[in-house]
Structure formats: C-alpha cells, structure tokens
Ligand binder design. Sequence first.
Ligand SMILES: NC(=O)C1=CN([C@@H]2O[C@H](COP(=O)(O)OP(=O)(O)OC[C@H]3O[C@@H](n4cnc5c(N)ncnc54)[C@H](OP(=O)(O)O)[C@@H]3O)[C@@H](O)[C@H]2O)[C@@H](O)CC1
Ligand SMILES: [K+]
Length: 482
Amino acid sequence: MIAVHTVEEIRAAEKALMAQLPAGALMQRAVAGLVTVCARLLDGVYGARVVVLAGAGSNGGDALWAAARLARRGAHAQAFLLAPEKAHAEGLAAFRAAGGRLVEPAGAADALAEADLVLDGILGIGGRGGLRGDAALLAGLLRAGRTAGAVVAVDLPSGVDPDTGETPGAHVIADHTVTFGTGKAALVVDPAAAAAGVLHPVDIGLEPYLPEPRLTVLDDADVAVLLPDPGRESDKYSRGVVGVLAGSGQFPGAAVLAVGGALHGGAGMVRYAGPESVATEVRARWPEAIAGLSPDAVGRVQAWTVGSGLGDGRGDDVHAALGAGLPVLVDADGLRWLPERFTGPAVLTPHAGELARLLGVERAEVEARRLHHARQAAQRWNAVVLLKGSTTVVAAPDGRVRVNPTGTSALASAGTGDVLAGLAGSLLAGGLSPFDAGSVGAYLHGLAGRRAAASSGYPSAGDALAELPGVVRSLRGVVGGG
Ligand SMILES: NC(=O)C1=CN([C@@H]2O[C@H](COP(=O)(O)OP(=O)(O)OC[C@H]3O[C@@H](n4cnc5c(N)ncnc54)[C@H](OP(=O)(O)O)[C@@H]3O)[C@@H](O)[C@H]2O)[C@@H](O)CC1
Ligand SMILES: [K+]
C-alpha cells in the first residue's frame, strides 16, 4: 500500500522527527536516497553532466546537496538558481565546494541540451500555484524535449499542487520522481500524477510520526486480503446474490457485460431484471443467470447494480431497486435517478462527464480537480463515489480516498464501465463495504484491462471481462487462497 499524507501532516511529522536528530540529518537522509537513484539512472557518475534547477527552499537544497555528492564522484555539475539571493545556503556552499558551477540564465538552454540528468529542485511541498518567470520557461524547455537527459523531480514535479493533484499552472514533467517520507496526492492523482514519471519512494524515518493516511493506493496484497473468500461451508446464497438492473432494447450489450462482470465478482448468483428481449440475450451468453422483468419479480438479492445502458426509461424500476433498503451500486443512466441523499450503503460510478452533470459543473473542471469533485459528491450524496478516468479515484463520505493504481487506457472503450458496475456490485453483494467494493472492483478491472491489452493490443470490454477469472485467481494466490 502506498500511504499518502498532506503537507500539513508531513510538516508536523518532520518537526517531531527533527527534534530527535542532529541539524540537517533529515535532509541528508533524503539526499542519500536521491543520489542513489540518480547514480542508478546515470550510465556511470564519473563525467556525467548534471544540471540542477534550484528554487528558494529546501527542495532546492536537496538538489544542490545531491549534485554536490555526484560532483564528488566525478560528475560535471551545474546549477541554475531561480532565486539566487534565497538559495539554500548550506546546499549551495556544498555544491560550490564540490566544484559545481552556476549557470547564468542565458546559458540555461545549452546546459539543459547537454545534460545527462536534470534535477528539478525548483519547488517541493512548499510550492503553491504554478511556476512563473524563468522557472516556467525552464519547465517549458524540458517539456519541449530540449534535454537528452533524464528529468528527475526532487520530491514532486515542481509546480503541481502537492495535496490535490491539480496543476494550477506551468509545471515540470519528470521522467522520475524521488519522493521522501510518504506519498503525496500529486504523485497519484491526475493530472499532476501524469507529470511524475516513475516513482522512487525514499524512507527517511517519518512513518512513526505520521497519522493513519486518509488517502491510500492499494497493492496486490491489500486487494488479495479484501477479496471475498468462499469458504468450504458457503453456498450460493451465503456468497451473496446480486441483482442487475441494466441494459435496454437500445443497449442490450450493457446487460450482458454487467451480468458478466457480476458473475466474476464472487457472488453466488446473479439475478437480471429487464425486458424479455434483453433477458434472452443475457441467458444466451450466461445460462447461469436468473432473469425476471422487474426488481420485484426477480426474487431476493443482497445488493443491486443499477443503471448501465438503461437508456431513458425504467425510472420506476430504478426507484424500486434503490428503495429496497439494500446496498446499491449506481452507474451511468441510473445516476439520473439519484435520491436526495443515500441512507444505506451505496456506490456511484460516474465518469467525469456524468459527475460534471451531477454537480452542475463543466467536465473540464472535474478532470482538473478529480479529488475535490469526487470527495464533494461523496459527501453530497452520502455514498462512495468511484470517479472513473485516467486515475480512478474512490472517495468515501467520511473523507477517505483510495486511488486505483491499475488503470489503463486500454479500458477507455465502450462497455468496460458496464463490466465494472457488475463486478463491484457483485463484491457488494458478497459483503464488502461500499468503499472496499469500489476500490477492489476498480483494481481487478484495471488488471483485467492490462492483461487483455497485453494479449490483444486493443482489447474490447469482452476481452477484459474474459481476463477477470485469471486476475482473481492470481491475486488469491498472493494470500495462498488457491
Ligand atoms: N518535509 C520533510 O520531511 C523533508 C523535506 N525535504 C525537502 O524540503 C522540501 C520542502 O521545502 P520547503 O518547505 O522549503 O519548500 P519548497 O518546496 O522548497 O519551496 C518553498 C519556497 O518556494 C517559494 N514558492 C512557493 N510557491 C512558489 C511558486 N509558485 N513560484 C515560486 N516560488 C514559490 C516559497 O516562497 P513563499 O511562498 O514562502 O514566499 C518558498 O521560498 C520538500 O519538498 C523536500 O524536497 C527534505 O529535505 C527532508 C525531509
Ligand atoms: K521538485
């Protein structure tokens, strides 16, 4: 699991830890980690050309210290100071003492062009707002590919907002980010996360001083533990029965895909509610599914998945399913029938356009501020909100968030959302909380998409669905579930 903390939490932990350590020791831990990663990225430190972009704070200090250490190992180090009068004094002294040279603004483009490695130490967790002036120009040169070297961001790509994952203005796009102590939202939530490149976490001993994280990124082992485990005594009812209210004459495939997702999420039985013409297609593909015309007609279920491909109609059926007092997952067209506020367990699975409509804002605003809008909607409807997209964000009404790490552009195709709705609804029926069902569903779905992409290049929703059993099997193997 990756834990993510806020700048405020990091600063408090840093203060507590620093009180136990000699002055400067914490920065030297960070620098040691940074140098190790840089040395690994360089094809030999001796003779390598390293260019530092150093801002006014400790982020610049880290970068100058690291360049000093690389210079002592034979690197040719140059630094561009963005605020020369405020540059980190000890870092700059160390840099100079190691033979590092300062570059004038006029020489910056040439230095970058020849660099083997660029250390972005303009702004770290103290950064607010986008880059301005020379910093913005340098970030523009890096973005334009005017360096052949690897761009290594120190702690964060400069100019992104640490706590929100927003990019309020010009910012660096890095190939690698070496980050200290704990994760930051900007490293896992788009659009900022897209600027971070490969993450290299460096442990500087902050963990004992940090609170329980409100934002996390699950990994295989976390998800394996959360998966429902059908024990020896379980039967189809105890494994959970999920009702699927999806599809229409116009979109019958949505029902087929949602039922398919539901059948692969661990529930013991799937009951489909919908018109006979669609039910016929569902049964033809999934003979194990039971079908009825309406939520009332299908029989008892433990959770409902509602909305994929419903089209305009069936508001009464949606109300019946949402009013049954059971855990519900609401997707796509079902989102048009939301109650004022949920009083029971609920998951909403909008994409950015759907969430924008729900909140009465522009889609671009949701894309730019994914964390903010997912959290806002979770509180507004008292439901877990799974905002689909480049980084899927799962926000709970109590403020906890999980960011899904398995997302893939391979899943940006028609029908994949229907599979996810069925899958996560099935996990709900299996007894997972809305927060777990949403985050585990997104995780499995992403892995299935990746596997499908590996075997077919441009996978369809059906290809991803076909990979789900293998994904679940291999994850259950992680905890020895077999
Ligand atoms: N925490 C830890 O555990 C550890 C932290 N460490 C390192 O310290 C870093 C944090 O250092 P930091 O606090 O000095 O802040 P940093 O990001 O360097 O910049 C602040 C300066 O930038 C300025 N400024 C702000 N926005 C701006 C803008 N848009 N454009 C231009 N300027 C802007 C701001 O000005 P002000 O807002 O004060 O006027 C201030 O002068 C952290 O990321 C990590 O690298 C490690 O060494 C050890 C462990
Ligand atoms: K930085």
